[in-house]
Design a binder for this molecule. Structure first.
Ligand code: IVH
Length: 664
């Protein structure tokens, strides 16, 4: 068990910390299951640092308080160049030593303190008021970039930031919106909410990560500088942010800041500023502290990016699960690099809470640096005639009465035959992670539905060429491509179908686990609630939803129709042969995307490359195989040139993607 745990831990570190996976997911999963099996048979021998403990443990009653032996201080702020020049002058007055500055990104998450005894992770805490924080050890154990055991048996306390990557934040909010739950305002709140869970199994699903930036008592070790300590922390197994820079002067610091002012929007995580630290530890000691903050460091804060506009309309759209969501239609304004004219208002509660009205002047920002949102209403600019917003009472598509379900913040259309819901369901069914049927975009599906060619997903499999040719802009060639794509989808493994059915709460990951467990659609349909929720990481909510879904006679009918049409309903797994069969220049290669992409957005490009057997990482290193440089590529491109790594432009990438055959 020790040997398995060591190997798995090393592989996980390669994957989550240094971004260089060494084995396939299948090999990793196989060994992981071997360890789980041994642990189930020998529960007394489960290792304290077993990687299996990362899935979360018992539900707590509350969090214990933790007193920080060394207080967690805060930082003084700088808002402009003058503030920085003043800081530099103060420093030079307080010491005669030569000063280098270490500049680091100010990660916008939550400060954490991690305590290790004998190399074992024993306690993780929040900052709290700086002296007393909360014990969130259980939750932090689920964060994969936090080592449970260090490479050496050290007694050490380290500090850093726990954060949620922008993309994970966006996906989490999309899911919450579809489930009728409250959305998080920004990645920082999402990270805070995730760490404040009494049930660590919830935290485990939230995809949090960390950057460690300091040792609590560096004098106990042999480090001379902040730079040395960071290099050592990385060697010890911690995740260290690679964008730091050692600067010789405050002017150089300013250049770094200017550079990140725009570049920060391209990072995978949010930053709210830049931290400037005196690099030399002895110099730090000479310069000293105030009560609240070190004198040897300062945080430069970027101004929050906001814009003012006017709300012209609120549109309501029906999603796949019947949730009706509002979107503000606004006068176009430019914000953090793009023109914004629409913003999701998420749900009815949010409109009430902010008292948003038509014709209101509002301030907007970008949550997670990407999603436009209304931050506040400028009530002082309101007209006398302004009245509270009146919520719709009927579905904008099928006109059936909307319901508000207790425990949900959403309005729902409860009509399962609502055309908007069915169309969304069809779009979901053909999407990449579901049945992956190319050529059937929303417009084509909408026409097929409106013309009565299809009324459910099973009908797709009996569509004829003649029927397709009646659609707008569909000629013989595209009709044939569509028919081939539909036909190819019949051989998909069960999880794609199960996800594609769009069962409430059943995401792609859950669908995979459930399919793996029950092997066939019959197995899933016959499974009882207990058997489903016994699967690791599948909770009762998902299990209930599945059982309820498959108890419906219309659903049984639909499954029978799909089988009749020849759609595979067995779990096929991803065999080694599948992976070996991929033919693409990305296979087994590490790729970095940088600069502006125009053909695909970043996420799409990443998905496509991953489906072609490539691994997309965020930073350029010697192990990078290809750097794809879009427009205005910056430091990553420079680094790639220095390291003589193959550089492609976007067109080369698109061509390579389109000439490759994908894994399903
Ligand atoms: S050093 C003595 N470095 O910013 C204080 N802090 O406003 C040492 N933060 O509570 C903090 N990134 O949560 C430091 N690279 C970084 C940081 C960082 C984010 C946060 C941290 C701290 C807050 C101070």
């Amino acid at each position: 068990m020790e040997a398995l745990n060591k190997q798995l831990t090393d592989w996980a570190h390669d994957y989550y910390v240094i971004d260089q996976p060494k084995v396939s997911d299948a090999d990793y999963d196989k060994m992981y299951h071997e360890l789980v099996t041994l642990e189930q048979a020998n529960p007394d021998f489960i290792l304290a640092d077993s990687i299996t403990q990362r899935v979360g443990g018992e539900v707590l009653q509350g969090f214990n308080k933790v007193t920080h032996q060394i207080p967690m201080m805060s930082l003084n702020n700088a808002f402009n160049k003058n503030d920085l020049l003043d800081f530099d002058t103060r420093i030079k007055k307080l010491t005669d030593r030569h000063i280098d500055y270490m500049v680091e990104l100010k990660i916008d998450g939550l400060a954490i303190n991690l305590r290790y005894v004998n190399g074992q992770f024993v306690q993780g805490a929040t900052r709290g008021d700086g002296v007393i924080g909360e014990d969130i050890t259980q939750n932090l154990k689920t964060v994969k970039s936090i080592p449970l055991k260090l490479k050496e048996p050290l007694n050490i306390e380290v500090r850093g930031e726990c954060y949620m990557p922008k993309q994970s934040f966006i996906q989490l909010n999309e899911q919450r919106e579809a489930d009728g739950d409250n959305v998080f305002a920004n990645p920082r709140n999402a990270a805070a909410g995730s760490l404040r869970q009494l049930d660590s199994k919830v935290t485990a699903k939230r995809n949090l990560s960390t950057f460690i930036y300091t040792v609590a008592s560096p004098e106990a070790f042999d480090f001379k500088t902040q730079n040395d300590s960071l290099i050592d922390l990385a060697k010890t197994g911690f995740n260290i942010n690679s964008e730091r820079k050692l600067c010789q002067s405050i002017d150089e610091v300013w250049d770094y800041i200017e550079n990140f002012r725009d570049k920060r929007h391209q990072l995978d995580y949010e930053i709210d500023g830049i931290v400037i630290k005196v690099n030399d530890f002895q110099a730090q000691q000479e310069i000293g502290y105030t009560v609240k903050a070190p004198r040897w460091a300062i945080a430069y804060k970027f101004p929050a990016e906001e814009a003012e506009t006017v709300i012209r309309d609120i549109e309501w759209t029906v999603g796949r699960t019947g949730v009706v969501t509002p979107t503000a239609v606004m006068d176009p304004v430019s914000l953090a690099g793009t023109t914004v004219a629409r913003a999701s208002l998420h749900n009815m509660d949010l409109i009430m809470e902010k008292d948003i009205r038509l014709l209101d002047h509002v301030m907007i920002h970008k949550a997670g640096d990407i999603i436009p949102e209304v931050t506040r209403v400028l009530t002082e600019k309101r007209d006398d005639t302004s009245v509270s917003y009146e919520f719709p009472t009927h579905c904008p598509t099928c006109e059936s009465e909307l319901e508000r379900i207790e425990s949900e913040v959403a309005l729902r259309c409860m009509n399962p035959m609502c055309p908007a819901q069915i169309k969304e369901g069809l779009n979901h069914f053909v999407s990449r992670n579901a049945m992956n049927i190319d050529g059937l975009g929303p417009r084509v599906l909408e026409q097929m539905y409106d013309k009565g060619i299809i009324k459910n997903v099973a009908d797709l499999y009996v569509v004829t060429e003649e029927e397709l040719l009646t659609l707008d802009k569909i000629k013989e060639k595209s009709a044939n491509n569509i028919l081939t794509a539909i036909s190819n989808s019949k051989t998909n493994s069960l999880e794609k179908l199960l996800f594609g059915l769009g069962i409430h709460h059943v995401g792609a990951k859950a669908a995979k686990l459930i399919s793996e467990n029950f092997q066939s659609i019959e197995g899933v349909m016959a499974a009882e609630q207990e058997a489903i929720s016994a699967i690791d990481t599948i909770g009762p909510v998902i299990a209930d939803s599945l059982v309820k879904y498959f108890s419906n006679d219309e659903v049984k009918e639909l499954i029978a129709e799909l089988k009749q049409a020849g759609v595979n309903t067995d779990y096929l797994g991803q065999t080694a042969a599948d992976i070996a069969n991929v033919d693409s220049p990305f296979k087994d290669k590490t790729i970095v995307l940088t600069g502006k992409l125009t053909h695909f957005n970043r996420n799409e490009a990443k998905e496509r490359i991953e489906a072609l057997g490539g691994k997309v990482t965020g930073s350029v290193s010697k192990k990078t195989d290809i750097v794809v440089a879009g427009e205005e590529a910056g430091s990553k491109l420079e680094k790639a040139e220095k390291l003589e790594i193959t550089i492609w432009n976007e067109a080369q990438m698109v061509e390579a993607i389109e000439n490759s055959t994908e894994l399903n």
